[in-house]
Design a protein around this ligand. Structure first.
Ligand code: MV4
Length: 448
């Protein structure tokens, strides 16, 4: 096992990773920007290195400084967390070439799956259905119009190196396709440094369901069931749960088998997530694959009992997966609410500043992953997520009731948060009945 790991991240996920390292007897190195000197991940780690000024580009995204920090502290491995450099193939490759283990899949796998057209094609070849669309990136409008004509409108334009919903455009006819084609290419170029885009048949009001997988270096791959991620706003997930209300044992077996085959065919290693769009008839289509630990991983940990971060570290250290698919069982129900320091009444504008009072809820079946404490100053430079409340129950009904009382216990003074919005969401009748899709939050509006 590694003796020392550097955590190339901040906030709650840095704490989450430090916790698993400690339980594995691994020493930890925190890196931080000047704005995060008083952050909890710095205090929890055995060592810390200040790597630069507050802006991410000069700190948490600065590859030479992070690699240097690992070298001067003799860290053997780097855990990238999520966001920042987690899915940057160049960073993973530089780590590999410096003899530092990147805790994630190999850089070439990250690079391949970062190309969403490649991912679509490769999963299609493994027998996973993908939505009708282009087999390659589309470079001129005539070609785009021809494909759209074949698959039928509406169609969606997506950046080839995109993901997470950024820069997508929906076209309902040839005229709007013409307008959006140019815009989408310009946006892709600006956001991802590559103007390539591709076309898919647009699915109205899909549900978003994803499968967690784990693969080791010996060809073993297992899945840990699904997460329901349809409750989102502007591509930011708000609530995730496992299992999904629409899932049943038969469908989970069928999708799980495909997911494991797709990952095995790729030679996938480490934790990963396969995203699907599911229509009202329960047809499911591969959407993209994420090669990082995800924000919502704790709901899967609750229902499977597997510490996914620990597994990532053990796999990176060359250990064999010690659980087989038949030993993995989904038990009970888990729900996560992402708590952001934002004002729901003012269009969810981020609220940085001093947290004057703070109380972390607790009790049976409750987990709160947060880096916030009383007197903590939320810096304005980074993501507005200040923590995650995750609850477990025997049933979905129990989990919802538990989430309600947990959110009611959540006390924070000094900044506005999305807690009242979450209370409204989980109290919604349609949410309680499981009747929602990715358009639910937009249709509901902000009612507190
Ligand atoms: C789609 C789609 C409809 N049709 N693709 C957004 C995130 C990215 N993974 C893919 N996304 C979508 N792709 C086709 N062909 C609708 C979405 C989408 C969505 C997907 C998942 C979760 C929330 C979403 C919100 C709006 C649109």
């Amino acid at each position: 096992m590694f003796k020392k790991v550097l955590i190339a991240n901040r906030g709650e996920i840095a704490l989450r990773i430090i916790r698993s390292c400690k339980e594995l007897g691994i020493k930890t190195v925190a890196i931080h920007s000047e704005a995060d000197a008083n952050s909890l991940h710095v205090r929890f780690a055995d060592e810390d290195v200040c790597i630069g000024p507050p802006p991410s580009t000069e700190s948490y995204l600065n590859v030479p400084r992070i690699v240097s920090a690992a070298e001067v502290t003799n860290a053997e491995a780097i855990h990238p967390g999520y966001g920042f450099l987690a899915e940057n193939p160049n960073f993973a490759e530089i780590c590999e070439s410096c003899g530092i283990k990147f805790i994630g899949p190999p850089s070439d796998v990250i690079r391949k799956l970062g190309d969403k057209v490649f991912a679509r094609n490769i999963m299609g070849r493994s027998g996973i259905s993908v939505l009708p669309g282009s087999k390659e990136s589309v470079t001129d409008f005539k070609e785009a119009s021809k494909i759209a004509g074949e698959i039928g409108y509406p169609v969606i334009l997506k950046a080839t190196l995109g993901g997470g919903g950024k820069g997508m455009r929906i076209a309902y006819d040839k005229k709007s396709l013409g307008d959006f084609f140019t815009i989408a290419r310009a946006e892709a170029g600006a956001a991802f440094g590559d103007p390539r885009i591709y076309i898919e048949k647009y699915m109205e009001r899909p549900r978003h369901i994803e499968f967690q997988i784990l693969g080791d270096n010996f060809g073993n791959v297992v899945h840990l069931g699904e997460r329901e991620c349809s409750i989102q706003r502007r591509h930011q997930k708000l609530i995730e749960e496992s299992p999904s209300v629409i899932m049943n044992d038969g469908l989970r077996k069928k999708m799980g088998k495909l997911v494991v085959k797709g990952a095995s065919d790729l030679g996938y290693r480490s934790a990963g997530t396969m995203e699907f769009l599911v229509d009202a008839q329960m047809n499911f289509y591969f959407c993209e694959m994420n090669t990082r630990i995800q924000v919502e991983h704790p709901v899967t940990e609750f229902v499977t009992g597997v510490d996914i971060v620990k597994e990532q570290i053990k796999i990176a250290a060359g250990e064999r997966l010690n659980t087989r698919q038949k030993d993995i069982h989904i038990k009970g129900h888990a729900i996560e609410c992402r708590i952001n320091a934002e004002d729901p009444q003012k269009g969810f504008i981020p609220c940085a500043g001093k947290v004057k009072g703070f109380h972390i809820p607790g009790g049976f079946g409750v987990r709160v992953d947060t880096h916030v404490y009383a007197e903590y100053e939320i810096p304005p430079y980074y993501d507005s997520m200040i923590g995650k409340v995750i609850v477990y129950g025997d049933t979905r009904e129990e989990a919802i009731a538990r989430m309600k009382r947990t959110l009611e216990e959540f006390y924070i003074d000094g900044v506005k948060t999305t807690v009242p919005f979450h209370l409204s969401l989980i109290g919604n009748d349609k949410f309680k009945k499981g009747e929602f899709d990715t358009g639910f939050v937009e249709r509901m509006g902000v009612q507190l």
